[in-house]
Design a protein around this ligand. Sequence first.
Ligand SMILES: Cc1cc2nc3c(=O)[nH]c(=O)nc-3n(C[C@H](O)[C@H](O)[C@H](O)COP(=O)(O)OP(=O)(O)OC[C@H]3O[C@@H](n4cnc5c(N)ncnc54)[C@H](O)[C@@H]3O)c2cc1C
Length: 284
Amino acid sequence: MFDEPLAPFTWLRVGGPAEVIFMPADEADLADFLKGLDPAVSVLPLGVGSNTLVRDGGLDGVIIRLGKPFAAIEPLDGARISAGAACLDAQVARAAAKAGIAGLEFYAGIPGTIGGAVTMNAGCYGAETRDILIEAHGYDRSGNPVTFTDPAAFTYRHGWGAEDGVIVTRVLFQGKPDDPAAVEARMAEITARREQTQPIREKTGGSTFKNPPGHSSWKLIDEAGWRGKLFGGAKFSDLHANFLINTGDATAADLEGLGEAVRSDVKARTGVDLRWEIKRVGKP
Ligand SMILES: Cc1cc2nc3c(=O)[nH]c(=O)nc-3n(C[C@H](O)[C@H](O)[C@H](O)COP(=O)(O)OP(=O)(O)OC[C@H]3O[C@@H](n4cnc5c(N)ncnc54)[C@H](O)[C@@H]3O)c2cc1C
Protein backbone atom coordinates (compact mmCIF):
# COMPACT_ATOMS: atom_id res chain seq x y z
CA MET A 1 0.00 0.00 0.00
CA PHE A 2 1.32 3.46 -0.89
CA ASP A 3 0.52 6.83 0.71
CA GLU A 4 -1.90 5.16 3.10
CA PRO A 5 -3.29 7.30 5.96
CA LEU A 6 -2.03 5.88 9.25
CA ALA A 7 -4.73 7.31 11.54
CA PRO A 8 -6.98 4.22 11.23
CA PHE A 9 -4.01 2.05 12.26
CA THR A 10 -3.55 3.68 15.65
CA TRP A 11 -5.71 4.00 18.77
CA LEU A 12 -5.30 7.80 18.86
CA ARG A 13 -6.68 7.96 15.30
CA VAL A 14 -4.44 10.80 14.13
CA GLY A 15 -1.51 11.20 11.80
CA GLY A 16 -0.57 11.56 8.14
CA PRO A 17 0.15 8.87 5.56
CA ALA A 18 2.88 6.24 5.39
CA GLU A 19 4.91 6.28 2.20
CA VAL A 20 4.64 2.47 2.06
CA ILE A 21 2.92 -0.15 4.22
CA PHE A 22 4.23 -3.69 3.71
CA MET A 23 2.40 -6.75 5.03
CA PRO A 24 4.61 -9.83 4.61
CA ALA A 25 3.02 -13.15 3.61
CA ASP A 26 5.35 -15.10 5.91
CA GLU A 27 8.82 -14.98 7.49
CA ALA A 28 10.61 -15.75 4.21
CA ASP A 29 8.73 -12.92 2.48
CA LEU A 30 9.72 -10.55 5.29
CA ALA A 31 13.39 -11.61 5.12
CA ASP A 32 13.49 -11.25 1.29
CA PHE A 33 11.84 -7.83 1.44
CA LEU A 34 14.35 -6.54 4.01
CA LYS A 35 17.30 -8.01 2.08
CA GLY A 36 16.19 -6.23 -1.11
CA LEU A 37 15.43 -2.88 0.52
CA ASP A 38 17.86 0.06 0.12
CA PRO A 39 19.57 0.37 3.56
CA ALA A 40 18.90 4.13 3.44
CA VAL A 41 15.11 3.57 3.63
CA SER A 42 13.77 3.69 7.17
CA VAL A 43 11.66 0.79 8.44
CA LEU A 44 9.18 0.93 11.31
CA PRO A 45 7.21 -2.08 12.56
CA LEU A 46 3.74 -1.21 13.84
CA GLY A 47 1.46 -3.42 15.92
CA VAL A 48 -2.06 -2.11 16.56
CA GLY A 49 -0.76 1.37 17.42
CA SER A 50 -2.00 1.40 21.04
CA ASN A 51 1.21 3.10 22.13
CA THR A 52 2.00 5.17 19.05
CA LEU A 53 1.29 8.77 18.05
CA VAL A 54 1.82 9.35 14.32
CA ARG A 55 2.52 13.00 13.54
CA ASP A 56 0.38 14.92 11.02
CA GLY A 57 3.03 14.99 8.28
CA GLY A 58 3.11 11.19 8.06
CA LEU A 59 6.08 8.90 7.73
CA ASP A 60 8.79 8.47 5.14
CA GLY A 61 9.94 4.93 4.46
CA VAL A 62 8.22 1.64 5.14
CA ILE A 63 5.79 0.59 7.85
CA ILE A 64 5.80 -3.16 8.42
CA ARG A 65 2.54 -4.63 9.68
CA LEU A 66 2.38 -8.28 10.56
CA GLY A 67 -0.99 -9.91 9.89
CA LYS A 68 -2.58 -13.34 10.19
CA PRO A 69 0.47 -15.34 9.05
CA PHE A 70 2.18 -14.07 12.21
CA ALA A 71 -0.71 -14.75 14.59
CA ALA A 72 -0.36 -18.43 15.52
CA ILE A 73 -0.62 -19.42 19.20
CA GLU A 74 0.61 -22.81 20.40
CA PRO A 75 0.56 -24.06 24.00
CA LEU A 76 3.54 -26.37 24.58
CA ASP A 77 4.71 -28.88 27.18
CA GLY A 78 6.08 -27.55 30.46
CA ALA A 79 3.54 -24.69 30.71
CA ARG A 80 5.17 -22.86 27.81
CA ILE A 81 3.32 -21.04 25.05
CA SER A 82 4.52 -19.84 21.66
CA ALA A 83 2.87 -16.81 20.05
CA GLY A 84 3.29 -14.88 16.80
CA ALA A 85 4.10 -11.17 17.12
CA ALA A 86 0.80 -10.16 15.51
CA CYS A 87 -1.32 -11.89 18.19
CA LEU A 88 -3.21 -9.59 20.51
CA ASP A 89 -1.98 -9.88 24.09
CA ALA A 90 -5.51 -10.71 25.26
CA GLN A 91 -5.78 -13.61 22.76
CA VAL A 92 -2.57 -15.09 24.17
CA ALA A 93 -3.83 -14.63 27.73
CA ARG A 94 -7.05 -16.47 26.84
CA ALA A 95 -5.20 -19.31 25.08
CA ALA A 96 -2.87 -19.70 28.07
CA ALA A 97 -5.82 -19.82 30.47
CA LYS A 98 -7.58 -22.45 28.35
CA ALA A 99 -4.41 -24.58 28.37
CA GLY A 100 -4.08 -24.26 32.17
CA ILE A 101 -1.05 -21.97 32.01
CA ALA A 102 -0.85 -19.22 34.64
CA GLY A 103 1.31 -16.09 34.59
CA LEU A 104 0.03 -14.38 31.43
CA GLU A 105 -3.21 -13.08 32.99
CA PHE A 106 -1.96 -9.48 32.97
CA TYR A 107 -2.02 -9.55 29.16
CA ALA A 108 -5.83 -9.61 29.38
CA GLY A 109 -5.72 -5.88 30.14
CA ILE A 110 -3.20 -4.66 27.57
CA PRO A 111 -4.69 -3.85 24.16
CA GLY A 112 -1.54 -4.27 22.02
CA THR A 113 0.15 -7.05 20.07
CA ILE A 114 2.85 -9.42 21.29
CA GLY A 115 5.41 -7.57 19.10
CA GLY A 116 4.47 -4.33 20.86
CA ALA A 117 4.55 -6.04 24.28
CA VAL A 118 8.10 -7.32 23.79
CA THR A 119 9.26 -3.95 22.45
CA MET A 120 7.69 -2.05 25.35
CA ASN A 121 8.19 -4.65 28.08
CA ALA A 122 4.46 -4.13 28.56
CA GLY A 123 3.01 -4.89 31.97
CA CYS A 124 0.51 -4.04 34.64
CA TYR A 125 -0.48 -4.86 38.23
CA GLY A 126 3.03 -5.91 39.21
CA ALA A 127 3.75 -8.22 36.24
CA GLU A 128 5.61 -7.45 33.05
CA THR A 129 6.72 -9.14 29.86
CA ARG A 130 10.23 -9.88 31.08
CA ASP A 131 8.80 -12.09 33.87
CA ILE A 132 7.39 -14.59 31.35
CA LEU A 133 9.61 -14.26 28.27
CA ILE A 134 12.00 -17.10 27.43
CA GLU A 135 13.07 -15.92 23.99
CA ALA A 136 11.99 -13.75 21.09
CA HIS A 137 12.74 -14.20 17.40
CA GLY A 138 12.81 -11.66 14.63
CA TYR A 139 14.67 -10.22 11.65
CA ASP A 140 17.18 -7.42 11.54
CA ARG A 141 17.12 -4.57 9.03
CA SER A 142 19.21 -6.65 6.60
CA GLY A 143 16.78 -9.58 6.70
CA ASN A 144 18.90 -11.86 8.90
CA PRO A 145 17.15 -13.95 11.57
CA VAL A 146 17.95 -12.86 15.15
CA THR A 147 17.08 -14.33 18.54
CA PHE A 148 16.91 -12.58 21.91
CA THR A 149 17.34 -14.60 25.10
CA ASP A 150 18.09 -12.06 27.84
CA PRO A 151 14.78 -10.66 29.17
CA ALA A 152 16.52 -9.80 32.47
CA ALA A 153 18.03 -6.89 30.48
CA PHE A 154 14.56 -5.38 29.96
CA THR A 155 13.82 -2.21 31.91
CA TYR A 156 10.64 -0.28 32.75
CA ARG A 157 8.65 -0.05 29.47
CA HIS A 158 11.70 -0.91 27.41
CA GLY A 159 12.32 -4.32 25.89
CA TRP A 160 13.62 -5.55 22.53
CA GLY A 161 12.28 -4.52 19.12
CA ALA A 162 12.02 -1.56 16.76
CA GLU A 163 14.64 0.58 18.52
CA ASP A 164 17.13 -2.29 18.22
CA GLY A 165 16.49 -2.40 14.47
CA VAL A 166 14.53 -5.64 14.82
CA ILE A 167 11.13 -6.81 13.61
CA VAL A 168 9.92 -9.29 16.21
CA THR A 169 8.05 -12.20 14.62
CA ARG A 170 7.56 -14.84 17.30
CA VAL A 171 7.94 -15.24 21.05
CA LEU A 172 8.17 -18.09 23.56
CA PHE A 173 6.71 -17.61 27.04
CA GLN A 174 7.04 -19.57 30.26
CA GLY A 175 4.07 -19.84 32.60
CA LYS A 176 3.13 -22.16 35.49
CA PRO A 177 0.60 -25.01 35.44
CA ASP A 178 -2.72 -24.06 37.06
CA ASP A 179 -6.42 -24.78 36.94
CA PRO A 180 -7.93 -23.06 33.83
CA ALA A 181 -10.92 -21.80 35.84
CA ALA A 182 -8.63 -20.14 38.42
CA VAL A 183 -6.61 -18.43 35.66
CA GLU A 184 -9.78 -17.26 33.94
CA ALA A 185 -11.13 -15.85 37.21
CA ARG A 186 -7.96 -13.77 37.68
CA MET A 187 -8.23 -12.52 34.09
CA ALA A 188 -11.84 -11.47 34.66
CA GLU A 189 -10.74 -9.50 37.73
CA ILE A 190 -8.10 -7.67 35.70
CA THR A 191 -10.58 -6.84 32.93
CA ALA A 192 -13.15 -5.53 35.41
CA ARG A 193 -10.54 -3.39 37.20
CA ARG A 194 -9.49 -1.86 33.84
CA GLU A 195 -13.06 -0.95 32.91
CA GLN A 196 -13.38 1.04 36.13
CA THR A 197 -10.05 2.84 36.10
CA GLN A 198 -9.11 3.45 32.44
CA PRO A 199 -10.87 5.13 29.50
CA ILE A 200 -10.55 1.98 27.38
CA ARG A 201 -13.28 2.94 24.92
CA GLU A 202 -11.73 6.31 24.04
CA LYS A 203 -9.22 7.21 21.36
CA THR A 204 -6.18 7.06 23.62
CA GLY A 205 -2.60 5.85 23.73
CA GLY A 206 -2.61 4.41 27.25
CA SER A 207 -0.14 5.91 29.72
CA THR A 208 1.33 9.00 28.10
CA PHE A 209 4.36 9.39 30.35
CA LYS A 210 6.43 6.85 32.24
CA ASN A 211 6.20 7.13 36.01
CA PRO A 212 9.30 9.07 37.14
CA PRO A 213 11.16 7.32 40.00
CA GLY A 214 9.22 7.98 43.22
CA HIS A 215 6.26 9.67 41.45
CA SER A 216 3.02 8.84 39.64
CA SER A 217 2.63 10.71 36.37
CA TRP A 218 -1.16 10.91 36.73
CA LYS A 219 -0.76 12.64 40.09
CA LEU A 220 1.73 15.20 38.79
CA ILE A 221 -0.59 16.00 35.84
CA ASP A 222 -3.63 16.19 38.11
CA GLU A 223 -1.94 18.40 40.73
CA ALA A 224 -0.82 20.79 37.96
CA GLY A 225 -4.51 21.14 36.98
CA TRP A 226 -4.40 19.50 33.54
CA ARG A 227 -6.94 16.72 34.10
CA GLY A 228 -9.79 17.20 31.59
CA LYS A 229 -8.51 20.56 30.28
CA LEU A 230 -9.08 20.91 26.51
CA PHE A 231 -6.15 21.79 24.24
CA GLY A 232 -7.51 21.88 20.67
CA GLY A 233 -9.22 18.51 20.39
CA ALA A 234 -6.94 16.89 22.97
CA LYS A 235 -7.18 16.44 26.73
CA PHE A 236 -5.96 14.29 29.57
CA SER A 237 -8.69 11.88 30.65
CA ASP A 238 -11.05 12.74 33.49
CA LEU A 239 -10.92 9.07 34.52
CA HIS A 240 -7.13 8.60 34.39
CA ALA A 241 -5.07 11.79 34.23
CA ASN A 242 -2.07 10.16 32.49
CA PHE A 243 -4.21 8.98 29.53
CA LEU A 244 -4.13 11.38 26.57
CA ILE A 245 -7.43 11.48 24.67
CA ASN A 246 -8.45 12.52 21.18
CA THR A 247 -11.92 13.93 21.92
CA GLY A 248 -12.90 13.64 18.25
CA ASP A 249 -11.18 16.16 16.06
CA ALA A 250 -7.70 16.39 17.61
CA THR A 251 -4.65 16.61 15.37
CA ALA A 252 -1.39 14.93 16.28
CA ALA A 253 -0.06 18.46 16.89
CA ASP A 254 -2.83 19.05 19.50
CA LEU A 255 -1.99 15.81 21.30
CA GLU A 256 1.77 16.25 21.25
CA GLY A 257 1.44 19.99 21.99
CA LEU A 258 -0.67 19.23 25.07
CA GLY A 259 1.84 16.63 26.22
CA GLU A 260 4.72 19.06 25.84
CA ALA A 261 2.79 21.87 27.59
CA VAL A 262 2.14 19.55 30.54
CA ARG A 263 5.78 18.42 30.62
CA SER A 264 7.10 21.98 30.88
CA ASP A 265 4.46 23.01 33.42
CA VAL A 266 5.17 20.00 35.66
CA LYS A 267 8.93 20.61 35.31
CA ALA A 268 8.50 24.28 36.30
CA ARG A 269 6.29 23.44 39.30
CA THR A 270 8.08 20.39 40.68
CA GLY A 271 11.42 19.99 38.91
CA VAL A 272 10.31 16.50 37.78
CA ASP A 273 10.99 15.49 34.19
CA LEU A 274 8.10 13.59 32.61
CA ARG A 275 9.31 11.25 29.86
CA TRP A 276 7.07 10.11 27.02
CA GLU A 277 5.99 6.47 27.13
CA ILE A 278 3.95 6.92 23.92
CA LYS A 279 6.16 6.56 20.87
CA ARG A 280 5.93 9.66 18.68
CA VAL A 281 6.84 8.99 15.06
CA GLY A 282 6.85 10.80 11.72
CA LYS A 283 7.02 14.42 10.54
CA PRO A 284 5.16 17.36 12.16
C1 LIG B 1 -6.44 1.72 26.80
C2 LIG B 1 -4.97 1.37 26.87
C3 LIG B 1 -4.47 0.75 27.99
C4 LIG B 1 -3.11 0.41 28.06
N1 LIG B 1 -2.63 -0.20 29.20
C5 LIG B 1 -1.34 -0.57 29.25
C6 LIG B 1 -0.82 -1.24 30.40
O1 LIG B 1 -1.50 -1.50 31.37
N2 LIG B 1 0.49 -1.59 30.41
C7 LIG B 1 1.32 -1.34 29.35
O2 LIG B 1 2.50 -1.72 29.40
N3 LIG B 1 0.85 -0.69 28.25
C8 LIG B 1 -0.44 -0.31 28.18
N4 LIG B 1 -0.90 0.35 27.07
C9 LIG B 1 0.03 0.69 25.99
C10 LIG B 1 0.14 -0.35 24.87
O3 LIG B 1 -1.04 -1.14 24.78
C11 LIG B 1 1.35 -1.26 25.03
O4 LIG B 1 2.56 -0.53 25.02
C12 LIG B 1 1.42 -2.32 23.92
O5 LIG B 1 2.42 -3.24 24.24
C13 LIG B 1 1.70 -1.73 22.54
O6 LIG B 1 1.44 -2.73 21.57
P1 LIG B 1 1.06 -2.31 20.08
O7 LIG B 1 0.99 -3.54 19.27
O8 LIG B 1 -0.13 -1.44 20.07
O9 LIG B 1 2.35 -1.47 19.68
P2 LIG B 1 2.48 -0.16 18.75
O10 LIG B 1 1.87 1.01 19.42
O11 LIG B 1 1.98 -0.52 17.40
O12 LIG B 1 4.04 -0.02 18.76
C14 LIG B 1 4.72 0.30 19.95
C15 LIG B 1 6.22 0.14 19.73
O13 LIG B 1 6.49 -1.22 19.47
C16 LIG B 1 7.13 -1.38 18.21
N5 LIG B 1 6.66 -2.64 17.62
C17 LIG B 1 5.37 -3.06 17.46
N6 LIG B 1 5.35 -4.28 16.89
C18 LIG B 1 6.65 -4.64 16.70
C19 LIG B 1 7.27 -5.78 16.16
N7 LIG B 1 6.59 -6.82 15.67
N8 LIG B 1 8.63 -5.82 16.12
C20 LIG B 1 9.37 -4.80 16.61
N9 LIG B 1 8.83 -3.67 17.13
C21 LIG B 1 7.48 -3.61 17.19
C22 LIG B 1 6.72 -0.15 17.41
O14 LIG B 1 7.67 0.16 16.40
C23 LIG B 1 6.71 0.90 18.50
O15 LIG B 1 8.02 1.36 18.76
C24 LIG B 1 -2.25 0.70 26.97
C25 LIG B 1 -2.77 1.33 25.82
C26 LIG B 1 -4.13 1.66 25.77
C27 LIG B 1 -4.65 2.33 24.52
